[in-house]
Design a protein around this ligand. Structure first.
Ligand code: FMN
Length: 217
């Protein structure tokens, strides 16, 4: 963390405890509040404020979680990119229900999101893939994400292989790589407050609009 980022963290620390959650907007949509909190997190100096945990379940109901980077969000949902052959992707084939979690510690804030996934369009995946550095694009080809490494040096060898294969040309989007959009049905904002009397505001999607309520901490 740079000195400037450390100073930003110091400046931000405690702000959350001091400030209650804002009033629920008239149209009861959770996205404006998420946008405000995400903006606060970006300004706070936290490393990777876009990092979120994604939890999936396998066919037996065994949950598993991992961190990914949220690359965009809007009223349609929260988007991340990954390998479509990975463990998470295989689990998502069986069960489209997911849980996301953001924790912005210095702001004493947590956002819990539940919903279902759909794949992003090929065009959206292409657009994001080509915005990445060439090294990451080759890395996506090289990694058989979640599969066992068969021999020492396999990954390096595959990296070299694809670097050579795509030498002097644009690296194409692998057909096994792309995005997921989580369409939320539940979003909960948690704000740390003094004496552990924290604020929790929940937004639950109804047929046409969102319902809101608060929970005991
Ligand atoms: C901060 C952070 C960000 C990450 N971002 C991504 C990401 O955007 N996409 C991805 O596929 N893996 C990402 N990873 C790696 C995943 O946590 C995980 O190891 C990988 O996706 C394989 O998970 P799986 O075997 O459950 O499918 C990230 C890890 C960390 C710690």
């Amino acid at each position: 963390m740079t000195l400037l980022e450390k100073l930003r963290c110091l400046f931000t620390f405690g702000q959350g405890v001091a400030l209650p959650l804002p009033p629920i907007p008239d149209d009861k949509n959770p996205f404006d509040l998420f946008a405000t909190w995400y903006d606060d997190a970006q300004k706070s100096g936290i490393l990777l404020p876009e990092a979120m945990s994604v939890s999936t379940c396998d066919a037996t109901g065994q949950p598993s979680s991992r961190m990914v980077l949220m690359k965009s969000f809007d009223r349609d949902g929260f988007v991340f990119y990954t390998n479509y052959g990975s463990r998470k992707a295989q689990e998502l084939e069986q069960n489209q229900k997911v849980a996301l979690l953001f924790h912005w510690g210095v702001l004493q804030r947590q956002v819990r999101i539940e919903g279902t996934v759909e794949k992003t369009t090929q065009q959206q995946s292409e657009q994001y893939f080509h915005s990445r550095g060439r090294g990451s694009q080759i890395g996506a080809w090289a990694s058989k994400q979640s599969q066992r490494i068969q021999y020492e040096g396999e990954l390096k060898q595959r990296e070299a292989k694809f670097s050579e294969q795509f030498k002097d040309q644009e690296v194409p989007l692998p057909e096994f790589w792309g995005g997921y959009r989580i369409k939320p049905s539940y979003i909960e904002f948690w704000q740390g407050r003094a004496n552990r009397l924290h604020d929790r505001i929940c937004f639950e999607r109804g047929d046409n609009d969102w319902h809101t309520y608060s929970l005991h901490p």
